[in-house]
Design a protein around this ligand. Structure first.
Ligand code: CP3
Length: 335
């Protein structure tokens, strides 16, 4: 496993071609996913190791990607800790009692590692099946989790989140400290169970200026990343071109980049860091010639970094033709 392409690239070691996997590679783009999920809620399926194992393996079997990502969700540890929430199809996470005050923060539960024992069990099943394919564990970073808890659900402008951050910084920092504890426990459970790498998703951090990111977010994300040792750590957000140096400082080995920032530009912004990304997920809806041209551009630009893990700039969209993803993996492997 130490020779796995993804792990080599993440360490900045020489690889014959970039390793490739896709964020949201398991999910609604696959008919076999829609079939096994029929009639079973998202969070319920995350709690069933047999289903987690099957769904995680589906894109590996189909696309021959170099890594599997554990099938779960960023809100799974919150629910396991006791936060009343659900994932509503077509909407996303919805929280019953949004967080607004210090009393709300004080009443948040902590995460007992045993409450996510189903994740450790899923990882054990997966490691027995995966062979030479790397398994990536993940969690949501404090800012992105806080956004769901404060807004009560998905949000376009994160108005309540920012109002809390600016208006009650003590409540904000207390909330993020709690979330960092939960996230770190969740990642530690996955690392102890044997995942080969972890990705910390701060998907919505791009809503912040660099100064606010440094003041309100970076210390909490750093505490999470510093708490995990011995395996490569990937840190990703959307719209984070201006935040890349600060996100790199949070302690990741690999910095994920969305499609807005070319990888050669990103490489200059975070010297010495391995990059992951960054084909626009919408390009997959264009004719194959365009997909090919854009993917080869991403690979060429990625050569400016000490290592490059090919991925999309954000998750696979549900309407994506899975055959295009399979063909893309072959193209990357032949590059
Ligand atoms: O990448 C993978 O293949 C692993 C699985 C994974 C899921 N969620 C499964 C999922 C991962 C890594 C996540 C992380 C996640 N969840 C993030 C960070 C990554 C990102 O996309 O930026 C965020 C912000 C969430 C919160 C969340 N959960 C959203 C916004 C949604 C989509 C809502 C919808 O229906 O469009 C979910 C639900 C979710 N998580 C689905 C999947 C496969 C869809 C559930 C379904 O099949 O109905």
């Amino acid at each position: 496993m130490t020779d796995n392409l993804l792990l080599r690239a993440a360490r900045g070691q020489a690889v014959p071609h970039p390793p490739v996997w896709f964020m949201r590679q398991a999910g609604r783009s696959l008919p076999e996913y829609r079939a096994v999920r029929a009639g079973i809620g998202m969070l319920e399926s995350c709690r069933r190791p047999d289903l987690v194992c099957e769904i995680t393996l589906q894109p590996v079997r189909r696309h021959n990607v170099d890594a599997a990502i554990l099938f779960s969700d960023i809100v799974v540890p919150l629910q396991a800790a006791g936060v009343d929430l659900d994932i509503v199809a077509g909407t996303g996470p919805v929280v019953a009692s949004p967080v607004a005050t210090m009393a709300d923060v004080d009443s948040l539960p902590t995460l007992d590692p045993q409450a996510v024992g189903f994740v450790a069990e899923s990882i054990r099943l997966l490691l027995a099946e995966l062979g030479e394919t790397a398994l990536i564990g993940f969690a949501g970073a404090p800012f992105t989790l806080a956004s769901y808890l404060v807004e009560g659900g998905p949000s376009r402008h994160h108005v309540k989140t920012k109002a809390l951050m600016y208006g009650a910084p003590d409540v904000w920092h207390a909330l993020c400290a709690r979330l960092a504890d939960i996230t770190l426990t969740f990642l530690q459970v996955q690392a102890d169970a044997g995942v080969h790498a972890v990705q910390l998703f701060d998907s919505w951090a791009g809503a912040l200026s660099e100064a606010d990111y440094r003041r309100f977010v970076l210390p909490h994300s750093r505490r999470v990343l510093d708490g995990i040792a011995g395996i490569p750590k990937i840190h990703f957000g959307v719209g984070t071109g201006e935040l890349l140096p600060a996100m790199a400082e949070a302690g990741a080995d690999v910095v994920g980049v969305d499609w807005r920032t070319p990888l050669d530009v990103a490489a200059a912004r975070v010297p010495g860091k391995v990059l992951q990304g960054n084909l626009d997920p919408c390009v997959l809806f264009a004719p194959w010639e365009v997909v090919e041209q854009e993917a080869l551009r991403v690979i060429a630009e990625g050569r400016k970094a000490p290592g490059h893990i090919f991925n999309l700039g954000h998750g696979v969209m549900p309407e994506t033709d899975p055959d295009v993803l399979t063909r893309l993996v072959s193209l990357i492997h032949a590059s």
